[in-house]
Design a protein around this ligand. Structure first.
Ligand code: MGD
Ligand code: MGD
Ligand code: SF4
Ligand code: MO
Length: 712
């Protein structure tokens, strides 16, 4: 059939959690597909960012995995699917026999769909372990923890549409929507800013978000350029300012006493925590003038509707849960939750990270966030599944990696690249190489992790198969497929059905994604009211308990979903990052993202359009630090931490806070994670990607320039 005769297919962009609708136009050959805009797509109404427009570039890339591979004597050889399955089954059975079911770990994938993640967690639990997790652990685990315990649900309190309509102030802390969620930023938030909303950005680094709100002549917006890891003192200074002003002028509405009284508990604890808190000292710690913090506090408290956005800059710290709890504190004492245009909003990262968590691909929860150690919840799922679910939460993904060679001996990785995405990548690589008995990787490309595998399974990509994904607004949307590009690749869902059926005989025999979805909705109350037919082209927001439920645009209008229905306020104190600068490592390294690249770069580095702008990694260095260490713009420099080193180009810029350096995790040749620290937040188990002590020196060889660090 020629392309003119084929209708373009409506589907969802495979990159970030905004969930933009796009169309794929099939060509004469399966690989000839092209991007087309989908004019009335529900989230983006036809607009897309650079990644959405380039999404089809990776589908028929020459590096796609096309056949199963098995490693023999250190080399991969092509294998049949039959050989690959036999090998996997025999290893899964051997490991269970020798080490018990907790000898295996399973990684779900936020790049794959709800149905696939539902199946991998069911597979893990049928195998006998809760050791199944996904990249949310490295991402918003701390945010989800704080939101779930203090408000009730681990998701955005509001939706992009109500935020655009109603928010008067955006408080953006540790998030860069201008680059990481570009359509949310340009279509929704920037629109609100054009209509008068104010932006307060709290970030050690200036970026396209900063520049995107410099769109008018007013000076109402602010950028508080704090030192990495000082968000608690900064927010405590904001909260203390609000409390003091309220004391002075109780009628001005600095706090919302009625809301605090009726809908929250813990306010006294917050006041006690801040009783002896010294704002001057805090401002110094943050490196932000106190009067700026006070002005920002006034703007937030005086806005009719103030919305907080929170991202990796808050979540990826050993105090990640407390960071987000403090944002919750700020919103609760000012009554900024439960109305349009307010709340605490994590813009979710991957295209389906929200859904991957919703369907239970996590070690402590079953589908719909039902706790594995809650007997009633577990039994209700067991009734549908027909087998016993282990009742103890399993290890999280970084913990699984740490336990390799100790309690964990095998790993099944679907669509993740932990060798590049985990902190302290050198140590992770050693464990994977030396101590793992069995590694199966199911991906679309030969990743840095797949290189170390015993068996590699070639999956079809996002464009080639159907299913559902859930965006950052909790909107569940249908993906519609075009023809497969490589005959011998298989859908993630089919692979998991085959593994499950071969291992257990029953419970994994599904015709396709819709049949899996039907079982999923049976065990997942928040999605119970959804069917493929009802999703249609608009999708549906959860919670959607019964067919016909519209889902809520914003949460907690009447009460919170906590045990007693009250929002939980809890004062928190500063905990510095586990590593702070010292004589040997005098700088604080933070890592974050670029608009044109995506996570470990497996897709974006292969996409000519995306790779063009930044084909290599670099580091942002403040001019004063550059002078101190004898660095000129464009020099090759080596960054060292206690765990490793990378060599990159120096970009000397005031975009970065003095004393801090900023680089990215996108490039295999010089990955930030050779440097990062693998310490975890105690509760959420998220690593501290955003703060490590480091030193920087000019690489003498290529430039032949000046000596490394000067002594003064
Ligand atoms: N283009 C693109 N889009 C993406 C991704 C991508 O890789 N590329 N990845 C997706 C994924 S998985 C995710 S999770 C999201 C992430 O989206 P974001 O949450 O925006 O993630 P980052 O860019 O890692 O970090 C956000 C900001 O935190 C700042 N920051 C660093 N340290 C600190 C600190 O100590 N305090 C504060 N307040 N800020 C700090 C950084 O300078 C950065 O501007 O993006 C998603 N979208
Ligand atoms: N230093 C530092 N490190 C970080 C972060 C940071 O800010 N700084 N951020 C962390 C965060 S927020 C995240 S989310 C993680 C991300 O960590 P990962 O999830 O490990 O990284 P990705 O590159 O998104 O990996 C997704 C993999 O899925 C594959 N894939 C794509 N589509 C499909 C498909 O349809 N099927 C299958 N089977 N595979 C597919 C891709 O090729 C890729 O290998 O990284 C974390 N690491
Ligand atoms: S904003 Fe996100 S979902 Fe939308 S086109 Fe860009 S990468 Fe894709
Ligand atoms: Mo993420």
């Amino acid at each position: 059939m020629s392309s003119e005769n084929q209708e373009p297919v409506k589907t969802i962009c495979p990159y970030c959690g905004v969930g933009c609708g796009i169309m794929v136009q099939p060509g004469d050959e399966p690989g000839d597909m092209q991007f087309r805009p989908w004019g009335d797509a529900p989230v983006n109404e036809g607009r897309i960012c650079i990644k959405g427009g380039a999404a089809t570039e990776v589908v028929d890339h020459e590096d796609r995995l096309t056949d199963p591979l098995i490693k023999e004597d250190g080399e991969f050889r092509e294998a049949t699917w039959e050989e690959a399955f036999e090998y996997i089954i025999s290893e899964l059975e051997r490991i269970r026999e020798e080490h018990g079911p907790d000898g295996m770990g399973f990684f779900g994938s936020s790049k794959t769909f709800n149905e696939e993640n539902y199946l991998i967690q069911k597979l893990a639990r049928r195998y006998g372990t809760n050791q199944v997790d996904n990249c949310t652990r490295m991402c918003h685990a701390s945010t989800v923890w704080a939101l779930r315990t203090s408000l009730g649900m681990g998701a955005m309190t509001n939706s992009m549409a109500d935020l655009e309509e109603a928010a008067d102030l955006f408080w953006i802390q540790g998030a860069n929507p201008g680059e990481q969620h570009p359509i949310a930023n340009s279509q929704y938030f920037r629109q609100a800013v054009l209509e008068g909303a104010t932006v307060i950005q709290v970030d050690p680094h200036a970026n396209k978000t900063t520049r995107s709100f410099q769109i008018d002549e007013t000076d109402r917006h602010m950028h508080l350029q704090l030192e990495p890891g000082t968000d608690i003192p900064l927010l405590n200074a904001v909260i203390k300012t609000i409390l003091e002003k309220h004391e002075e002028n109780p009628d001005e509405g600095w706090i919302d006493e009625e809301f605090i009284e009726e809908r929250t508990e813990g306010f006294e604890h917050l006041k006690e925590t801040l009783a002896d808190f010294d704002k001057e000292e805090a401002a110094e710690q943050c490196g932000v003038p106190l009067e700026d913090i006070e002005l920002a506090a006034e703007k937030y408290a005086m806005a009719n509707n103030a919305a907080i956005f929170t991202g990796m800059g808050m979540s990826q710290h050993t105090c990640g849960v407390d960071n987000v709890q403090n944002e919750i504190n700020l919103s609760l004492i000012t009554g900024n939750v439960g109305r349009p245009g307010t709340g605490v909003n994590p813009l979710r990262g991957q295209n389906n990270v929200q859904g991957t968590c919703d369907v239970g691909a996590m070690p402590n929860v079953l589908p719909g966030y039902q706790l594995v150690d809650d007997d009633e919840a577990r039994e209700s799922v067991e009734e549908v599944w027909g087998f016993e679910i282990p009742d103890e939460p399993g290890l999280t993904n970084v913990e699984i990696s740490h336990a390799i060679g100790d309690t964990v001996h095998g790993l099944y990785v679907m669509g993740e690249n932990p060798i590049m995405s985990e902190p302290d990548g050198n140590a992770a690589e050693r464990r994977f190489k030396e101590d793992l008995e069995f590694l199966c990787v199911q991906d679309i490309f030969m990743t840095e992790t797949a290189e170390l595998a015993d068996v590699v399974l070639p999956a079809t990509s996002w464009a080639e198969r159907g299913g559902t994904v859930t965006n950052t607004d909790r909107r569940v949307q249908l993906m519609r497929p075009v023809e497969k590009v490589h005959e011998n690749t298989r859908h993630d869902l089919d692979i998991l059905c085959e593994v499950g059926t071969r291992l257990f005989g029953e419970g994994f025999d599904f015709e396709g994604p819709e049949e899996v979805f039907e079982e999923l909705r049976e065990v997942c109350p928040i999605m119970h009211g959804m069917t493929y037919d009802l999703l249609g082209e608009e999708g549906l927001h959860w919670p959607c308990y019964e067919p016909g439920d519209e889902g809520d645009e914003y949460l907690y209008e009447e009460e919170f979903e906590t045990e007693n229905g009250l929002g939980q306020i809890e004062g928190v104190r500063h905990q510095p990052p586990k590593e702070t600068p010292d004589e040997e490592y005098p700088l604080i390294l933070t890592t974050a993202r670029l608009e044109e690249h995506y996570n470990t770069g497996t897709m974006s580095r292969r996409s000519p359009t995306l790779n063009r702008q930044h084909p290599e990694n670099f580091v942002d260095v403040h001019p004063n630090d550059a002078e101190e260490y004898g660095i000129e713009d464009g020099d090759e420099v080596t960054i060292k931490s206690r765990r490793g080193e990378i060599t990159v180009t120096a970009n000397v810029t005031e975009d970065i806070k003095e004393g801090a350096i900023w680089t990215t995790p996108h490039f295999a040749a010089a990955s930030a994670n050779r440097l990062t620290n693998d310490v975890l937040d105690e509760r959420a188990k998220i690593p501290e990607y955003k703060a490590a002590a480091a030193e920087i020196e000019v690489d003498l060889e290529p430039s032949g320039g000046e000596a490394a660090a000067s002594d003064d």
